[in-house]
Design a protein around this ligand. Structure first.
Ligand code: NAD
Ligand SMILES: O=C[C@H](O)CS(=O)(=O)O
Length: 490
């Protein structure tokens, strides 16, 4: 087999961005446990061999972060903002290369990958500005000789564990507020997609972020690193994005230290189309919401509820639109749907399709079929009901299940009948209906007449078992700050 790593380097304008070592304390280091392979999910070839760090090396990174954090916290917010701005500028100047690296290891179409780089960079731009706005307050004393002030200080060392589906943005959505607040950061990326995290270390170094403030610790062992993050007393904050089941494991482990946790977990988004909706707009929104990253996002429509009066019309319009989506290698022009991340992801989609068929649902486009590598055609099913797996489990792939409903109350009850509460969407025009439904949906995010809600200016996060805390917006930096009350006798 030819050295596919070379192929990737040859695609880059700046081949030095393709780094495979760990970034600890400002040094590039090899793994004590050798290397692990990173493969291109579209082609199956090995594109890089990445440093495989031991738990001891991760502990060393935490020690470096602890040391660097004290000095970083002494910088003014304005000084930190200036360096974060340079990090942002370098991301955007190298957007094409970062997008190519992301597509190569994650599979999403190149245009989407470049879009993720801009999205990820927007958090660094936004939070860099917030670094200058970490305000305290004064409170009128409770006694004549008492003066009360409240200040906010960085929490300390933040440890991050992130998933493979957005290998850049899920890290910057955490690192940006952490560094802006004056924290130091240790990132353990998903083993499927470490290159996008490592290159952020390359750019951090070039931006002048001090050694030890931002560290990347790739490892093939997730549980060992998670345990080090949760058990090491120098870690003051765990920030996790991933499945709810892993979130539960980490919260239990972090409980021993009563560690502050941010949890961005699983979803099961309802996408509701009412009979007064603009159907063409609803179809466009459903395509964006369902098939972005080939359905592999936490906020993808997992259940599509359509009111009876427009059900057949919507189903037909959706089928016509989905038939136009080109499936293929993310580097190929015009491809809308790339590969799934691995065969197991495809098996889960097929399991949901087969389960629904066995309980009476009908396939109007696509089907389970046999996977071609990690490629699975988009599938639309009708006559889907609440007793099917797809109603309670996150599919995380290109399956659009259409449920029929009659009344507003019925669909709100069905939409809320889940342990998850991350994103939800609905299309309607009647204003009182819009207010009633938006307020009744038990979700952290509600998209009204839109299928795209992702932005750095808004608070992203879930309720129920979809997580704790918010990322993005002026709220996002608070998760990396501690509030201190100072009572002074004068
Ligand atoms: N809420 C959000 O913002 C958001 C964003 C993206 C993905 N997600 C969720 O993530 C899931 C898909 O991503 P995934 O398959 O990578 O999720 P996952 O939970 O399997 O893995 C997430 C990360 O945790 C690591 N991990 C797994 N087990 C661990 C353990 N015992 N200790 C420490 N680390 C461990 C993995 O290696 C990976 O880096 C979906 O449920 C999706 O909804 C949520
Ligand atoms: O997968 C979940 C991410 O949070 C996707 S996005 O932030 O909505 O782009």
């Amino acid at each position: 087999m030819t050295d596919a790593n070379t192929d990737l380097k040859s695609m880059l304008k700046d081949p030095s961005l393709l780094e495979t070592r760990a970034y600890i304390g400002g040094e590039w280091v090899d793994g004590d446990d050798g290397t692990f392979d990173v493969t291109n999910p579209a082609r199956g070839d090995v594109i890089a061999k990445v440093a495989d760090l031991s738990r001891a090396q991760v502990a060393g990174a935490i020690a470096q972060a602890e040391k660097a954090q004290k000095e970083w916290a002494s910088w003014t917010g304005k000084e930190r903002a200036a360096v974060l701005r340079k990090w942002f500028d370098l991301m955007m100047a190298n957007q094409d290369d970062l997008g190519a690296i992301l597509t190569a290891e994650q599979g999403k179409p190149l245009a989407e990958a470049k879009g993720e780089i801009a999205y990820g960079a927007s958090f660094i731009e936004f939070m860099g500005e917030q670094a200058k706005r970490v305000y305290g307050e004064t409170i009128p004393g409770h006694q004549r000789d008492k003066r009360i002030t409240v200040i906010k200080q960085p929490i300390g060392v933040a440890a991050s564990i992130t998933p493979w589906n957005f290998p850049n943005a899920m890290i910057t959505r955490k690192a940006a507020p952490a560094l802006a607040a004056g924290c130091a950061f240790v990132a353990r990326p998903a083993a499927e997609t470490p290159l996008s995290a490592i290159v952020m270390g390359v750019l951090a170094e070039r931006a002048g972020i001090p050694a030890g403030v931002f560290n990347v610790v790739p490892s093939s062992s997730s549980s060992a690193v998670g345990k080090e993050f949760c058990e090491n007393p120098a870690v003051r904050k765990l920030t996790f994005t991933g499945s709810t089941e892993v979130g539960r494991i980490l919260m239990k482990q972090a409980a021993d230290q009563v560690m502050k946790c941010s949890m961005e977990l699983g979803g099961n988004a309802p996408f509701i189309v009412f009979d007064d909706a603009d159907l063409d707009a609803a179809v466009e929104g459903a395509i964006l919401c369902k098939f972005r990253n080939n359905g592999q996002t936490c906020v993808c429509a997992n259940r599509i509820y359509v009111q009876a009066g427009v059900y057949d019309a919507f189903a037909e319009k959706l089928k016509v639109a989905v038939e136009k989506l080109k499936v293929g290698d993310g580097f190929e022009d015009g491809v809308a749907l790339g590969p799934l991340i691995n065969p197991a992801a495809g098996e889960k989609v097929k399991e949901h399709i087969e389960d629904a068929k066995s309980k009476g649902a009908n396939v109007i486009l696509g089907d389970a079929g046999e996977m071609d590598g990690n490629f699975l055609p988009p599938t639309i099913m009708t006559d889907v009901t609440q007793d099917m797996m797809v109603a309670t489990e996150e599919t995380f792939g290109p399956l659009a299940p259409l449920f029929k409903f009659d009344s507003v109350d019925d669909v709100i009850a069905m939409a809320n009948d889940t342990i998850f509460g991350l994103a939800s969407y609905f299309y309607a025009k009647d204003l009182s209906r819009v207010y009633k439904v938006a307020e009744a949906l038990e979700y952290g995010i509600v998209g009204v007449n839109t299928g795209l809600i992702s932005t750095e200016v808004a608070p992203f996060g879930g309720v129920k078992q979809s997580g704790l805390g918010r990322e993005g917006s002026h709220h996002g930096i608070e998760d990396y700050l501690e509030m201190k009350y100072i009572c002074m006798s004068v």
